[in-house]
Design a protein. Structure first.
Length: 225
């Protein structure tokens, strides 16, 4: 099955390839993301043109919450990151690097994060060997195809929101929604891991939580997402 990255008939590429199992289970996902990229607030990454440059697709790039460039050519990923950064200066960009020396070039071109599939695969194999139960738990919590409804998600606290100014204890997220607050990512980038009940929630914070997928949606509504 052809990866969304190589879909050239529409003159654009989905820059975040889907795993084969997910493509088979959700065959219409590629078209769905492309069609809803401007409106779906849960969509974390956008799309871009592959052949004629992403400037021709500027409207979608401007509305995207982020861009993932995972084409197989490091040179193309550098070009995409550089062009996207020029169009939308603040957009988060995740880029794929095949060669080790491509990472610094991608970062200079404007990529926020660079990921090597080979390095990632090696690290995952090491975790499977040394911490198999931890890796299995992460697979369940982070996979959209998991047999359980357990998920780990982040919810941005908007302003206004009922959570702003409240402590975790007064917000009562755990007892109210059955969710575990693993961490709070503050606006300044600080990560408050395993926050105390007295920790105060502010606008712009990201609550990193774990629990049932339906309850996570309720939290997003509370947060104003």
């Amino acid at each position: 099955m052809r990866s969304p990255v190589t879909t050239s008939t529409r003159n654009f590429a989905m820059l975040l390839p889907l795993p084969p199992a997910e493509r088979a289970a959700r065959p219409g996902l590629e078209r769905h993301l492309i069609a809803r990229g401007e409106e779906d607030r849960r969509l974390r990454f956008g799309v871009a043109l592959a052949d004629q440059g992403i400037r021709a697709y500027v409207a979608r790039i401007e509305f995207a919450r982020g861009l993932a460039s995972a084409v197989t050519s490091d040179a193309q990923n550098v070009y995409i990151a550089l062009t996207a950064r020029g169009i939308v200066p603040n957009i988060p960009i995740v880029a794929r690097a095949s060669e080790e020396d491509a990472e610094s070039k991608l970062l200079r071109a404007g990529a926020t994060t660079v990921i090597s599939p080979y390095s990632y695969a090696g690290q995952r194999m090491a975790r499977v060997m040394t911490r198999p139960h931890v890796q299995r738990f992460l697979d369940i919590a982070l996979s959209s195809l998991s047999e359980t409804s357990l998920e780990i998600e982040d919810a941005r606290v908007e302003n206004p929101s009922k959570l702003v100014g409240q402590s975790l204890e007064s917000a009562n997220i755990h007892h109210r929604l059955g969710l575990i607050v693993l961490a709070i990512r503050r606006q300044d980038g600080q990560l408050d891991f395993n926050p105390q009940p007295s920790a105060t929630v502010s606008a712009g914070d990201y609550l990193i939580v774990m629990g049932d997928s339906q309850n996570l949606k309720e939290l997003e509504s509370l947060a104003g997402v």
